[in-house]
Design a protein around this ligand. Structure first.
Ligand code: FE2
Length: 270
């Protein structure tokens, strides 16, 4: 990977994000898309993730099942869906390939195509994503003391105003982390809660960041960003993961994402 130029570095430090167009070739994007198509075609959708239950007890069981499905997904390839894509019996209301909001969180570890593109970042949380409300990535990936977090977001398809491109509040990475998602005691539903809260954001401060297929967006861990729901006919696949500063820090045991014996966080520098 080429180094950033001084002006690119300055832009990143000023805005808290940086667009690098043409990072991946069209062929590399096509390979990822093809592989995702295969993975989705073979996906096994757990019942508790696609069935709407009616009684309160069943609702609680479903919530617990979903919580476990999420909290234990750090070292697996699992599927997370858009809202409203299932009927009450768990049948797809839309084509399955259009139902997925996110695939996570270990594509980089288990799939050769994604492994070859990701190499070995420190911590990865890859997904193919849809709508994401305003947040800072460091709220979800926390070290003690707070080390640097860097998000890497690669557009596998053109990301436009219509299909859910990223939006940033430039310069918002200098005001600290407003909230932190922590694990609740084992067995709790929901399985996570927040310390602090995300302040109401002035929508007019967000700047859209449409990019072409193959672009890489560097995201400072504390810059406020979001993406809107994709209401267009065009999908907007992106591959994203995170790198965490490990030197002089301890990975918080309260983070939802925990390394496992089978899949420890791969070090970037070895
Ligand atoms: Fe993010």
């Amino acid at each position: 990977m080429a180094c950033l130029s001084p002006s690119q570095l300055q832009k990143f430090q000023q805005d808290g994000f940086l667009v690098l167009e043409g990072f991946l070739s069209a062929e590399e994007c096509a390979a990822m898309q093809q592989r995702i198509g295969e993975i989705v075609a073979e996906m096994d959708v757990p019942l508790h993730c696609r069935t709407e239950f009616s009684t309160q007890e069943e609702e609680q069981l479903r919530a617990q099942g979903s919580t476990d499905y999420f909290l234990s997904s750090g070292d697996k390839i699992r599927f997370f869906f858009e809202k409203g894509v299932f009927d009450e019996k768990g049948n797809f209301l839309v084509p399955p390939e259009k139902s997925v909001n996110k695939i996570g969180h270990a594509l980089h570890a288990h799939d050769p195509v994604f492994k070859s593109i990701t190499h070995s970042p420190k911590v990865q949380q890859p997904h193919f994503g849809g709508e994401v409300s305003p947040h800072q990535d460091a709220s979800f990936l926390y070290t003690e003391p707070l080390g640097r977090v860097l998000g890497v977001w690669i557009a596998v398809e053109d990301a436009t105003l219509e299909n859910g491109c990223l939006w940033f509040i430039p310069g918002s990475h200098t005001s600290g982390v407003s909230r932190r998602m922590v694990r609740a005691p084992v067995g709790s539903v929901p399985g996570t809660s927040f310390l602090g809260s995300e302040p109401a954001r002035d929508n007019s401060l967000f700047v859209p960041t449409p990019v072409q297929r193959g672009a890489l967006v560097l995201i400072h861990g504390e810059v406020v960003h979001k993406s809107k729901q994709n209401l267009s006919d065009h999908s907007r696949q992106a591959y994203t993961f995170h790198l965490m500063e490990a030197s002089g820090t301890t990975w918080s045991p309260e983070n939802w994402l925990q390394p496992t014996a089978e899949l420890p966080f791969p070090p970037l520098y070895t």
